[in-house]
Design a protein around this ligand. Sequence first.
Ligand code: CP
Length: 302
Amino acid sequence: MNRKSLISIMDYSKEDIFKILDLAEEFQNNPKQRLLENFVIASLFFEPSTRTRLSFESAIQKLGGKVVGFSEAANSSVAKGESLKDTILTVSNYSDLIIMRHPIEGSARYASEISSTPIINAGDGANQHPTQCLLDLYSIRKTQGSLENLNIFLVGDLKYGRTVHSLLMAMSDFNPSFNFVSPQQLRLPQEYKDFLNEKEIEYYEHDKLDENIKYADIIYVTRVQKERFSDPVEYEKVKNAYVLKNKMLEETKDNLRILHPLPRVNEIDIDVDANPKAYYFKQAENGVYVRMALICHILGVK
Ligand code: CP
């Protein structure tokens, strides 16, 4: 693997993570720094995206860098049958860094093994989404003052939700308690439970989103990932399993913040948006600062 690539959040030490979060804070306070004027960065999105792609591109442009790439495979030579290997070998000649989202789990790791330039995994299937994880950590630290000893409720599609997988792995270094709320069909995969068991992290599984949320510091809600279901009937059965409504937040802690990687479908009612505990749009904004910091860290300009 190219040693600077970010494929899984586990590629980074606690020290790396804190460096990026601190740098992100610096960019939030002073975003006008032309640090990427000599760099071309490729943005290869084989799957749809709004926040990840646009916040990366915004981060690069704010820092004076250039972006090349495509936002759907149909606009590239993949449509003519070109392999991922050939695409990466070609684009690594045109750029200093490749940001890639791809539907196949492990595709980003593979790309990092053949690329001469670093790869940032912008989401590989249901596997990992490490840059979302960094901005989630940034948002949690910013709202709670610390990452330590938090009671975190992860709600929704815990099977296919890659942001949840990255987040629970990263938070496991900070003595959390986890509450996993999901339908039986969308339970957290066993490999992640094994990971938590090995690290002796406390967790509970629930079918219902109920009054237990009054103990939460963070409620992290996820969309049911329609695109990962092979059977549409199965999706229909669980698509509206949970809807967080404003009334449900009455007894919750003052420091509670509601996070969601977005896009939202129905799982957070729009009546929550005006509640000061709703943080998901600010969370998306934080993505720009965190991605500025990550790119500068990888390219060694900060
Ligand atoms: N959070 C996230 O990955 O959003 P997009 O799919 O819009 O990039």
